[in-house]
Design a protein around this ligand. Structure first.
Ligand SMILES: NC(=O)c1ccc[n+]([C@@H]2O[C@H](COP(=O)([O-])OP(=O)(O)OC[C@H]3O[C@@H](n4cnc5c(N)ncnc54)[C@H](OP(=O)(O)O)[C@@H]3O)[C@@H](O)[C@H]2O)c1
Length: 287
């Protein structure tokens, strides 16, 4: 019995030691899934660089394991400067993102560019800066927080959809590109989760939301439904647990869904024809 306990203790010790040496960078970590992931990873013994535009919002949870750093993912110099102060990076969690709610005919150049500048180019800029470190280490894990809307379209969310479809494409391409360097790339496709996303990070186009917009009917039914589904969505713990599982399990699939809505719609999308799937979504959202 003593022998078994000693082996178990040694196993726990070596696992802890492995984690204790591992460093994770999480973007957009001041709230929601990012903040939850930072806390969960630190609890497991990882050293977490909690990157944010406003790192002071993480000072309340700062410890030896949680190290807030400034990061503006729209600016390559800012990323290089921040990451130059971080040594090894074993895991990158690309989490920062927001949603634009606009029709295609109303969108401004600036809104359209910003959506991609954060959700797509920002993610790529961070990858571009971190990959050389991982390549030299000959190991690494990149986890992209995508969305189930990276596989499913919705009206008014065209730009968000397109950005998350792009994240799915980036995940697929990078898996090939980085395989020889033992860098794993995965995406998590959350359904709706109760974070600050609907409260702070849904940006609306003014024209689309005017009372006399030709899309007023669609806006008045769909927008509150989606906001309600986000605010009453799943708890972020499920995503944090999946991040931990991806890090630990080298055979984790390329992508996985999290949360009720993603688990409902993604398998349906795989099983049905495009037309049948569209009928189901139209019926569900009254479109
Ligand atoms: N909540 C959902 O239902 C849901 C569903 C599917 C996918 N997602 C995805 O999950 C990720 C995390 O979102 P969340 O739900 O946790 O929302 P959240 O609580 O609003 O957090 C999003 C984080 O992204 C960063 N961010 C937001 N707008 C930004 C901008 N304009 N420029 C740079 N950074 C920005 C912010 O980080 P800093 O201020 O710290 O820099 C913010 O803390 C996002 O990529 C989102 O698309 C969310």
């Amino acid at each position: 019995m003593i022998f078994i306990n000693t082996i178990v203790s040694y196993f726990n010790y070596t696992c802890f030691m492995n984690k204790a040496h591992k460093t994770v960078l999480v973007t957009g970590s001041s709230s929601g899934m990012g903040r939850a992931a930072v806390l969960a990873l630190a609890k497991e013994g990882f050293i977490v660089y909690a990157a944010s535009r406003t790192p002071e919002r993480l000072f309340d949870i700062q410890t030896e394991f949680i190290r807030p750093i400034p990061l503006d993912i729209t600016n390559i110099e800012s990323i290089e400067e921040s990451i130059s102060h971080v040594g090894q990076i074993d895991v990158l969690v690309n989490n920062a993102g927001y949603g634009l709610v606009s029709t295609v005919e109303d969108v401004t150049e600036e809104e359209m560019f910003n959506q991609f500048n954060i959700n797509v180019f920002g993610l790529l800029r961070v990858c571009k800066t971190v990959i050389p470190k991982m390549r030299e280490q000959k190991s690494g894990v990149i986890i992209n927080i995508s969305s189930f809307l990276g596989k499913i379209g919705l009206p008014l969310f065209t730009f968000y959809n397109a950005s998350k479809y792009a994240v799915e494409g980036i995940t697929d391409s990078l898996r090939y590109e980085l395989k020889d360097f033992h860098i794993r790339v995965h995406s998590i496709m959350p359904g709706f989760f109760d974070t600050n996303f609907a409260r702070d990070n849904l940006v609306t186009n003014a024209k689309t939301f005017e009372e006399d917009s030709p899309y007023a009917g669609l806006v008045s039914t769909l927008a509150p439904t989606i906001v309600g589904q986000i605010n009453e969505g799943n708890s972020t713990e499920e995503v944090s647990a999946m991040i931990l599982e991806i890090i630990e399990n080298e055979s984790f699939p390329a992508r996985k869904t999290a949360g009720d809505k993603a688990k409902k719609f993604i398998p349906m999308k795989k099983e049905l024809s495009d037309e049948d799937f569209e009928r189901r979504v139209r019926a569900y959202y009254d479109l």
